[in-house]
Design a protein. Structure first.
Length: 741
């Protein structure tokens, strides 16, 4: 194992490339020399030096047209995301110059429109459309300029969910004479995606066939449930790409999903053993009639934390919760800029304290009388290229060299924690997690308080990882699993990727999660909160935050976007389904929840035998920000539901261990559940027929089923059987088999 490095040596830094260069930025003979020097620096991605040269070009320019051309190039050097005002100001200088070349005027107007489009949360769609309309009307607009404008207008229609209007805009691109091949292909791709968003798979497939994209053709068949056809197209796509390239790895994941579905269709009896089998999917169901999978939203409980300390503010976030059987610890971000990771503790999950840890001082001389486990506030400065840099102390030379090696620009912070259930984990590594800084760096702790870095380099890379990145020990498969954000995955939306490891240090290549047919492909999933389900660890659950960036419910709120939380489940950690496409944790009547960060922390905690607890950040960016506990009935995230006049389902064949069938169920006062045991061929077994079963009604977590007063199933243990359930106005949450007594 690599020598442990204390985290204080990894002082949070933002380092960029050296600004040393051979570019001349002064002493030019004339405008042309200065302008060409600026263009050379711009091509080399040295924006600060490019602007210095362009400033000299402006000083030496005599013709208004030359000045306009220079302002245009200055605008191109600014970052659209972080320097939009400077970028737009430069373009406006061009537009104020009537002597500017027509093509420069058109390019500047398009530049203004594209900046507005990028910041669509700040500007109205009407203003953005007007800007693009002006760009389309400019005499100097090239065919490709007009195409880019039309594509952007179509994208606005997509954001408004006006898919027919979007396809009309994309269609106009195809009508432009001499339009570039890239723009034409982009218009076709966007048209197909607009069909996909509406579930019009055959229409989308015709366009993908015209383009010749085997992956997308395969996805249309996959969404239709035609896994054999999908598999063939995915194989063609994989054959065209290097094995370790992202297109091949991502497509292999969907190939695996097709294989899984096709194998499941042929699979014989399964062994349930004595494990709890929650009904979060229909994996155990062979046939059903008038039965639906139904989700159950969590119940709102107490506020357990509020801002009370100087190192906490309105952008606090729950990161993860870890329970050791006696004490619950929640890791959270107290504030950002400077960043402080903190810990609160509780014995009941309701009343929390801030332990005085003595690890970091918040104010000089305070003796560390705070609950900070890591802080991130070195002095920083901006160089002329707007790269953030740290002023490092001499004792951090080793750290400085390490960070320069990776050209690190993002801030290190511990953004997840879990209590390691691996029996081989030593006491000094009982808690594990990730630090985020240009990748994920493994960290360990004996107590969740004092953390050490376990690697001299990031062990998982290939993503922004700018939200909570989680990990856990998979007891069933004896590996560590990690889940983190993939910036722009398949369909160019925020999504999730995963990796696995046997030792928490050496990780597999990441791959994007695959979703079951019917799960929307275009939703932005900003976090994941993935974890095993307590008491049924062969099932994984995940609560991504669904982010709708272009909506705004509360006009006074400073940020665009609204959000809610979704419920996903998986049986292998790679292929994920949704019991319902509806939001699982919705914002309620409280207007301060209608913001961009309704955020469930990682960790399903069982503090009570009857329920699970989850912890949620609410009122983000408000002075009333707080953490709240929510609860879910034990294994009650979803159920098989029968309304009136009732329904029934039959399981696939299975074997079991034990002598009692135990149900977690609920009915109305008039509802009921009846159960029949059948052989593998579906024939009722004597003594366990439907009419012999003692009808169930009520609301119980652990009800033993009986037939004419007798619950004993020991004679059937190890044999292939089915169960037939007949239900009315009832929910079945889970089943299990147990020993007698």
């Amino acid at each position: 194992m690599c020598r442990t490095m204390p985290l204080w040596m990894m002082a949070t830094v933002c380092l960029g490339a050296s600004t040393a260069s051979g570019f001349q930025t002064s002493g030019f003979k004339d405008f042309t020399q200065a302008f060409e020097a600026g263009m050379a620096a711009s091509r080399e991605k040295r924006p600060g030096e490019a602007r210095e040269a362009f400033a000299e070009a402006l000083r030496l320019a005599n013709r208004p047209a030359d000045k306009a051309a220079t302002h245009l190039q200055i605008g191109h050097t600014y970052d659209t995301r972080f320097e939009r005002r400077e970028k737009m100001a430069a373009y406006e200088e061009v537009l104020k110059t009537p002597q500017a070349a027509p093509e420069h005027l058109a390019e500047a107007q398009l530049g203004v429109a594209l900046v507005l489009h990028y910041h669509a949360g700040t500007y109205s769609f009407a203003d953005i459309r007007e800007a693009f309309s002006k760009a389309l009307g400019m005499a100097g607009a090239t065919p490709d300029d007009r195409a880019r404008a039309l594509l952007a207008v179509g994208d606005l229609c997509v954001k408004d969910e006006e898919y027919e209007a979007a396809r009309a805009e994309f269609g106009k691109v195809l009508e432009i004479e001499n339009v570039g091949a890239r723009e034409r292909t982009s218009a076709l791709q966007r048209t197909a995606d607009a069909y996909c968003r509406e579930g019009a798979w055959p229409e989308a497939r015709r366009i993908w066939e015209e383009i010749g994209n085997e992956l997308e053709i395969g996805m249309t068949f996959y969404q239709e449930g035609n896994f054999s056809e999908a598999r063939e197209w995915f194989r063609k796509w994989v054959a065209k790409h290097p094995p370790e390239s992202w297109p091949a790895r991502n497509t292999r994941a969907y190939l695996d999903a097709c294989d899984l579905y096709l194998e499941e269709a042929k699979k014989g009896p399964v062994d349930l053993g004595s494990r709890t089998e929650p009904f979060m999917d229909e994996w155990l169901v062979a046939r059903k009639s008038n039965i639906a999978l139904q989700v159950h939203p969590p119940v709102q409980r107490e506020i357990v934390w509020r801002v009370e300390r100087p190192w906490e503010n309105s952008v606090a976030l729950i990161l993860s919760a870890a329970y050791d059987g006696e004490k619950l610890r929640i890791l959270y971000r107290g504030r950002a800029n400077p960043n402080a990771q903190c810990l609160i503790e509780s014995t009941d999950g309701i009343h929390f304290t801030r332990p005085e840890l003595g690890v970091f001082e918040w104010e000089a001389g305070d003796g560390g009388k705070n609950n900070i486990v890591y802080r991130n506030d070195p002095p920083r400065l901006l160089d002329k290229d707007h790269v953030i840099r740290q002023l490092l102390e001499p004792q951090h030379e080793e750290t400085r060299q390490l960070l320069e090696r990776y050209n690190l620009r993002s801030l290190l912070w511990i953004n997840s924690m879990f209590r390691d259930a691996n029996p081989e984990a030593g006491p000094e590594e009982r808690y594990k997690g990730f630090a985020q800084m240009a990748g994920l760096w493994p960290v360990t702790s004996p107590d969740g308080v004092r953390w050490s870095l376990r690697s001299r380099e990031p062990t998982i890379t290939g993503g922004p990882f700018d939200t909570t990145n989680v990990a856990f020990w998979d007891r069933e498969r004896k590996v560590y699993r990690a889940y983190g954000r993939l910036g722009q995955g398949y369909k160019a939306v925020r999504t999730i990727q995963t990796a696995e490891s046997e030792d928490f240090l050496h990780w597999s290549a990441t791959r994007q999660l695959t979703f079951a047919p019917g799960v929307p492909l275009f939703e932005d999933l900003y976090t994941n909160a993935a974890s095993p389900l307590p008491g049924a660890e062969h099932i994984y659950v995940m609560f991504p935050m669904r982010f709708l960036q272009w909506r705004k419910k509360v006009e006074a709120h400073r940020e665009m976007g609204v959000s809610d939380a979704l419920l996903f489940t998986s049986r292998d950690g790679y292929l994920w389904s949704r019991p319902s496409l509806e939001g699982w944790l919705r914002p309620d009547l409280d207007s301060r929840k209608w913001t961009e960060r309704n955020y469930i922390g990682c960790g399903v905690v069982q503090l009570d035998p009857d329920e699970f607890s989850l912890y949620v950040t609410e009122h983000y960016r408000h002075d009333t920000i707080h953490f709240r506990r929510y609860t879910v009935r034990r294994h009650g995230f979803a159920s098989l539901h029968a309304s009136v006049p009732g329904g029934e389902f039959t399981t696939r064949p299975f074997t079991f261990r034990g002598s009692r069938l135990v149900l977690n169920y609920a009915t109305s006062a008039a509802g009921f559940i009846r159960v029949e045991v059948q052989d593998a061929d579906g024939n009722p077994l004597a003594g366990f027929r439907l009419e012999e079963m003692d009808r169930l009604y009520g609301n119980e977590l652990d009800r033993v089923v009986s037939w004419r007063g007798g619950p004993d199933l020991s004679a059937l243990a190890g044999k292939r059987v089915r169960l037939r359930f007949v239900m009315e106005d009832a929910d079945l949450y889970s089943l299990r088999f147990s020993a007698g007594g």
